[in-house]
Ligand binder design. Structure first.
Ligand code: DQA
Length: 162
């Protein structure tokens, strides 16, 4: 199904963007990020809806209803849930809507505990380290997935190749 409508989910503390550790996350506010994403979507023929929650259960609910709500792809920044929420991982794994995991910062170059994502293995892929552009690249990844429609999902093989 063509990706015409994408849901962007921001996890905990991302509502504080602009004032939260600006040395790490920059000075751009969440409202500005969301505007950038909606404008990018408009240029690329994609409707973009952005939501933020500090609550694990609310993010899970939005993932579960994404298809029903008309979205054909999700860009997800799980915030700190990235590193330990098996419930969020299970929600990503349970739905058939492609999910791209994104991070503003390069989590692989930060503290040890940020280097592991419990989400990455069940997401279609991960983009990290490009500030707000990580989200833009996430939208582009959803569009690219649609271009590759019908090709094997190489990162999601259930069986070994041999
Ligand atoms: C983050 C990285 C996480 O480790 C952190 O807990 C966040 C933001 C990022 O976008 O770089 O809240 O997901």
């Amino acid at each position: 199904m063509p990706v015409r409508s994408a849901l962007v989910l921001h996890g905990p503390n991302l509502n504080l963007l602009g004032t939260r550790e600006p040395g790490v996350y920059g000075r751009v506010t969440l409202g500005e990020v969301d505007r950038l994403l909606r404008e990018h979507g408009r240029r690329r023929g994609l409707r973009v809806e952005c939501r933020q929650s500090n609550l694990e259960g609310e993010l899970i609910g939005w993932l579960q209803t994404a298809r029903r709500d008309g979205f054909s792809g999700v860009v997800l920044n799980p915030g700190a849930f990235t590193h330990y929420s098996i419930a969020l991982r299970d929600a990503v794994s349970a739905i058939d809507v492609p999910v791209v995991e994104v991070h503003l910062s390069n989590v692989h170059g930060r503290e040890e505990f940020r280097r592991h994502s419990v989400i990455a293995a069940v997401a279609r892929g991960q983009i990290a380290g490009f500030g707000p552009q990580s989200y833009v690249l996430g939208l582009e990844a959803l569009l690219a997935l649609d271009l590759g429609h019908g090709r094997p999902r190489v990162n999601q093989r259930r069986r070994p190749l041999v």
